[in-house]
Structures are given as structure tokens and as C-alpha cells.
Design a protein around this ligand. Structure first.
Ligand code: 5GP
Ligand code: ZN
Length: 140
């Protein structure tokens, strides 16, 4: 008697939305792409993730997966982003094969997130390059 189940604590996997958290950067080109202020060739969109073709592809299949939240790099991700990172990771093979990468194991793709100046990062909104298709590629 008198015992009541406590309301669930917020789950780590709960979705964070850029609009709710005001986590966009007005000077960021990828935030502008998400907002449609800069055109892009969209591959995928949901309430927290956006994917689009790289403007300067290194490989026959080359697109970027980004969070709608402005997270500067994977080095800035925190435990609250765990679910988001997992969902981005699971999208990579799904979208890679949808966009023309041949099946594993003969085909496949590369997943890269350049981080910081020495990591070769030029755009400081975390993005994951997904590259695939027959070699040779321009880079990598
Ligand atoms: P990073 O060197 O930071 O890992 O990669 C940034 C990537 O973003 C580059 O491959 C570059 O071609 C791509 N990129 C930069 N500006 C734009 C843009 O305005 N539109 C698209 N679609 N890709 C861009
Ligand atoms: Zn941004």
C-alpha cells in the first residue's frame, strides 16, 4: 500500500532536437544546409539527423551524415549524445548501400570523421563521411 512506481528517469536514448535546445550556429555552413539556406542534394532526413552528398566527392559514393544539433566534432560529444551517435552509426551502412555501395564483403564503404586541425577537419560541425564505390578514389 502507498507504493507507487516512480516516473521513469529520462532515458539516455531520448531524442534531442536542435530547435528545442537552440543548438544551431548561425555562422555554420552545415547548420545553413540543414535549414535549407544553402542548397544540398539530400540523402536522408529525420528529426535529428541529416545526410547529403558531398559537394566535392572523393569516391563514387560520398555523402555526409550530420546531426541537426550543432556539435563541433566527435570530440565534443557527451553521454547525452550516445543515442544520437548510435543512430548515426546504424544509418551509415543503410544509406551507403542505398546510395550505390556494393554489398559487404566485396563492396563496402569507409566511414570517416575528421576531428580538429591535425585530423583534417575543415567544417566544424561534426560530420561523418561515407565513401564507397569502385576504386580508385581521389583520396584515402
Ligand atoms: P572535412 O574536411 O571537414 O572533414 O570535410 C568537409 C567536407 O564538406 C568536404 O568534403 C567538403 O567537400 C564538404 N563541403 C564543404 N562545403 C560544402 C557545401 O556547401 N555543400 C556540400 N554538399 N558539401 C560541402
Ligand atoms: Zn552547425
Amino acid at each position: 500500500m502507498g507504493w507507487k512506481k516512480k516516473p521513469c528517469a529520462k532515458r539516455k536514448t531520448e531524442k534531442l532536437q536542435a530547435s528545442e535546445n537552440n543548438m544551431t550556429d548561425v555562422n555554420c555552413i552545415f547548420c545553413k544546409i540543414i535549414a535549407g539556406q544553402i542548397p544540398s542534394r539530400k540523402v536522408y532526413e529525420d528529426d535529428e539527423i541529416f545526410a547529403f552528398h558531398d559537394i566535392n566527392p572523393w569516391a563514387p559514393v560520398h555523402f555526409l551524415i550530420i546531426p541537426k544539433l550543432h556539435i563541433a566534432s566527435v570530440a565534443h560529444a557527451t553521454p547525452e549524445h550516445e543515442g544520437l551517435l548510435g543512430r548515426m552509426m546504424l544509418l551509415a551502412p543503410k544509406l551507403a548501400f542505398q546510395e550505390g555501395a556494393r554489398p559487404y564483403p566485396d563492396g563496402g564503404f569507409r566511414l570517416v570523421t575528421n576531428t580538429g586541425a591535425e585530423g583534417g577537419q575543415e567544417v566544424h560541425h561534426m560530420h561523418w563521411h561515407v565513401m564507397g564505390g569502385p576504386r580508385p578514389w581521389l583520396r584515402g
